[in-house]
Structure formats: C-alpha cells, structure tokens
Design a protein around this ligand. Sequence first.
Ligand code: HAX
Length: 443
Amino acid sequence: MSKLKEKLYNKIQNHRPRTTKLLKEHGDKVIDQVTVAQALGGMRGIKSLVTDISYLDPMEGIRYRGFTLPEVLEKLPKPEGAEMPYVEGLYHLLLTGDIPTQDEVEELIIDFNNRRGIPKYVWDVIDSFPSDSHPMAILSAAVMSLQRESVFNVKYKKGMSKMDYWDATYEDSTNLLAKMPLIGAYIYNKLYNPENGHRYPDSTLDLGANFAYMMGKDKPYDDVSRMYFIIHADHESGNVSAHTGHLVASSLSDVYYATSAMINGLAGPLHGLANQEVLRWLQGLKERMGGKFPTEEELKKYVWGTLKRGQVIPGYGHAVLRKTDPRYSVQRDFCLTHMKDDELFKYVDALYKVVPDILVEQGKAKNPWPNVDAQSGVVQWHYGVKEFDFYTVLFSIGRSFGVLSNIIWDRALGYSLERPKSVTTDMLEKMVGVDKENLIETH
Ligand code: HAX
C-alpha cells in the first residue's frame, strides 16, 4: 500500500464513526427547509449534500480542506524554481486534509507516472472523431472508453465488501487522474496542433510540467497549468459538474461513467463552457473596436447591448458567490506579474471596472462580480492556446481532482444512492393554495 493510501485509510477509519453517529442518533434533526422557489429554481442553496473536501462561502470564496486558495498556493510544496505548487500535492491535500511533505509529493509523482499508460483503443476513439467535433465531446468519449479498465467493476462482480469500495475507487480514480492530462494534450494536438504530434510524457516531470511539455509549450506554461488545474479542482458539491459526478457514482457506477457524465455537465455555457464564451465575447468587442482600445463609454455600450439582446455577460455572476471570485483574483495576480501589457488582459481589466455597476443597475443578477471564467481564457490565449473550444477541457482535468476525491470519500463513508422526491405543479398549487384554473388564491 502506498503511503498516501495508508494515510487515507487511517483518516477514513477515524471518520467513519462520526458519520455513523450523526445518522444513528441525529438522523431526524431538521437542518433546512425547502421553498417553492427552490423547488422550481434548481434547488438553489438547499443544504442536502455533505463534503469535507471543500466549502464555498458566498463572501469569501472557496476553501479546500479549510485553506483559502492563496493559502493552498503558498503552503503546498513546489517544484524547484516554480511559482505554483505540484498538482499531485493538491490531490494529497484534497484526499487527506493534510499538506504533504516534499517526499510525499515525490512518491505520488512516481505513482502517477506508473499509472499513465493508455491503451491504444483510447487513441483510436479520439482519432475516429471528425476534426470539427467539440473537444469536450471527445474528452467525454475517451474517458468513457476507459471504463473497461475499471478495477471497481471487476472487484464488484467478484463480490467485494462495502468496506472496500473506497479502495477500488481510489485505484480507478488515481489511474484516471494520471491519464487525463495525456488525453487532453492528445486532443489538443490532434485538433489544433498536428505539427506538435503526439508527445509521450517525460517521466522526470511533474503533472503540470508534463502537460506543458505534451502541449509543446515553454515556461511559464507549466506554472499556468499547475495554477489552472489547482484553482478549478473543487467548488463544493452542488455545482453541476461536481453534483453530476456524485449523483452518477451514487448508483455505484464506476468513476469512468461518473467522470464522463461530470464532463458533459461542465460543457454547458452557464457552467464550464463560460470560459470559451468569455473569449468569444471579448473577440466580438475587439473586432468592433477595429484596433482601437475602447473608452469606458464604448465598453458600457457593448455590455448593455449584450444585456438588451437578452444574453448574459459571460464570466459574471454566480449561483453562490456574492463577491469577486478568488479564482479570478489568483489569475489576475498572475496576469499582473507575467502579462500586464497583454491587450486582452487590458480588456478584461477595463470590463471589471464597468460590468458590476451595469449588472447592479440592471437589477437582475444577484452577484454582479466576475467569476473564474472571466479571466481564465485570457491567460491561455496569451500563452498561445487560442482555440477557445479547448478551454473547458483544461477545466475538466482540474475538476476531476475534486470530483474523484469526493467519490472516494462518498464510497468510504457509505453515502447513499441519491433519490430526492419530485412533486407535480398541481401538488405545488394545492400546497400553497392557488386555484389553477383562475390563478387566484384559495385561502
Ligand atoms: N449577465 C446577465 N444576467 C445575469 C448574469 C450575467 N452574468 N448573471 C445572472 N443574470 C441574470 C440571470 O440570467 C437571471 O435572469 P432571469 O431572472 O431573467 O432568469 C437573474 O440574473 C438572476 O440570476 P442569479 O440568481 O443571479 O444567477 P443564477 O444562480 O440563476 O445563475 C449563473 C448563475 C452563473 C448561471 C449566472 O450568473 C450566469 O448565467 N452567468 C454568466 C455565465 C457564467 O459566467 N457562468 C459561469 C459561472 C461559474 C461557473 O460555474 N463556472 O464553471
């Protein structure tokens, strides 16, 4: 057993009695109530999921295992000379709650390297897609095709104890996480960068540096990759991608099914795809300006134009956050250090000064502040990844770390099959006293 797995096992053993006690002795205590608006409105805010891996405070933003993003970036071990920490160290933190030592990270890097092998049929699946397919569809299919490798599936068929589900899930998850960057880079090179060819990973490099190498990008793209994967890793359990992964895995589907499904959820423009929408929207503005940098008035006109056409401003607003997303701020700081004169970054920064006031004036969005997606595509663009359809693939690689860590713990703590209850509109009207024919109150 690896040191990480042993540590995880001990954490699981210590945690299990807490969940058992809560269920047995306090299972009928009320922790929330549900309004009509929540039932009709995407279950916003209902407290009905449990995770210890991350928590999203509306004002403060995300914490991983109790650490804010700046703390995570400061405390996790880094490769020599790097600004951003090892992604492998983040996996250790998400799983165990502990900041790993340099030795622990190095052992994990070797473990990831040993799990990188990808069967030929996966490359064949990717190659069989027409070149105008969306990279998210290809990624989802590639992950799905790997399902035949599932350790969980084989062990389950042989008859595995529930107490061991987490172990087989850990094996599947770590295998898949080690492979995801290779699959992502292969999709990029196939669709957009064929002259770079299919680069095999370099076993002397960590995950972030290897990703940059396979993409054919020089420094500091290794740090960009580390930053990108780390800040996108988790955002508690209610967002579409994390929740989809958790939901699918709750039926004991293996993590290949669950990850492919979570990727499909991330591919929506209100969620992960917003990062490519931001770039499309910024390019539209740039084209309109014909080479001249917009004045504040011109920016305002463009923003209002988008709203008046009934569209959302991509990269702004959030279902939970009520202030500037710290994931936006981390990337902004990186931009200020490395690319403060980049033209698109200047657009993003100029928009930051006008969009929130406009959204407040419009009076619809509950959160007028930028989210992670307002900034992330611009960083990729600067380092030559200009094919914005690809951005959500990068998000998916990062998000997999959080989703899979959660599924391992779901299995360890025996979380149930998800099965909320639905009601009909008739029932809702009766509950609140509305006559459905005349739409008048009955009491
Ligand atoms: N521009 C214009 N209108 C917006 C808006 C924005 N950026 N954000 C919210 N609104 C509107 C909503 O469309 C909604 O309008 P209707 O009443 O007409 O339906 C109203 O304001 C209330 O919405 P809300 O309660 O503030 O927001 P929701 O929880 O319903 O939705 C979204 C949250 C993130 C989907 C929303 O803010 C949005 O569409 N933003 C733009 C797309 C985006 O950036 N998505 C990425 C979010 C981060 C993420 O998950 N990344 O993966």
